[in-house]
Design a protein. Structure first.
Length: 188
C-alpha cells in the first residue's frame, strides 16, 4: 500500500467512524455543527496501524526522541507511533501530559519517559484553536525538552495553525476540508 493510499484509507475510516453532525460545544468553547470523536477511529485496529504509518511518515525526518501530548487523544497516537518506530528499528519514547496532576502515586504531570533535552513531536487528535496542544507544548518545554513539531490528525482550520507556525513546525495529517466540511478559516 502506498503512502497516498494509506492516507486515503485512514481518512475514509475517520469519515465513517468519527464524524457526527448536530450541535456540539468543543473543548475550545466554540459551538459547532459537527464533531470528530477520534476515539471511535483510533481504537480500531486498521486505523491505529494506518495512524502509526502516517505519524512515521510525518516524523521520520525530525530526529525526535519522544512523542506525546495532552491526555486523552495523544495516548493512542503516541502508542501507534512508538510501535511503528520499533518496526523500523528506531527507538522512540511515548508519553502523555495529564490535564491535572493526580493526588496520589508519583504525582507526575508527564507520564511515560520524556528525557530532558529530548526533541519531541507533540501530538493531538483534533485541533480547533490549539489550546489543548499548547498545554502539552508548555509542559514539554517546562520539563526541559524541545518541541520539534506539533502534529494533529485533523486541523479544523480555526486558529491552531496561526498559534503554532510562528514558532513550531506544524504538520496536520488532514484538515477539515479533506472531510468535505467547509467550516473554518482559510489556511495561512
Amino acid at each position: 500500500m502506498t503512502e497516498a493510499s494509506r492516507r486515503r484509507r485512514l481518512l475514509e475510516l475517520f469519515k465513517t467512524r468519527a464524524v457526527s453532525f448536530g450541535r456540539f460545544t468543543l473543548a475550545s468553547g466554540k459551538e459547532s455543527t459537527y464533531y470528530i470523536n477520534s476515539k471511535k477511529a483510533l481504537f480500531h485496529s486498521e486505523a491505529a496501524a494506518l495512524l502509526g504509518e502516517a505519524l512515521w511518515d510525518l516524523t521520520k525526518d525530525l530526529n525526535v526522541q519522544a512523542i506525546g501530548g495532552l491526555e486523552l487523544g495523544a495516548i493512542p497516537m503516541a502508542t501507534a507511533a512508538v510501535v511503528r518506530y520499533h518496526q523500523e528499528g528506531r527507538t522512540l519514547e511515548g508519553f502523555f501530559v495529564r490535564k491535572e496532576v493526580k493526588g496520589h502515586g508519583s504525582k507526575e504531570r508527564i507520564e511515560g519517559v520524556l528525557p530532558a533535552g529530548a526533541r519531541v513531536a507533540v501530538v493531538d487528535d483534533v485541533l480547533t484553536t490549539g489550546g489543548s496542544a499548547l498545554q502539552a507544548v508548555e509542559a514539554v518545554e517546562a520539563a526541559g525538552a524541545s518541541v520539534a513539531a506539533v502534529i494533529c490528525i485533523v486541523d479544523r482550520l480555526q486558529g491552531a495553525r496561526k498559534l503554532f507556525t510562528p514558532r513550531y513546525d506544524y504538520r496536520p495529517i488532514f484538515t477539515i476540508r479533506d472531510f468535505g466540511i467547509a467550516e473554518g478559516e482559510q489556511p495561512a
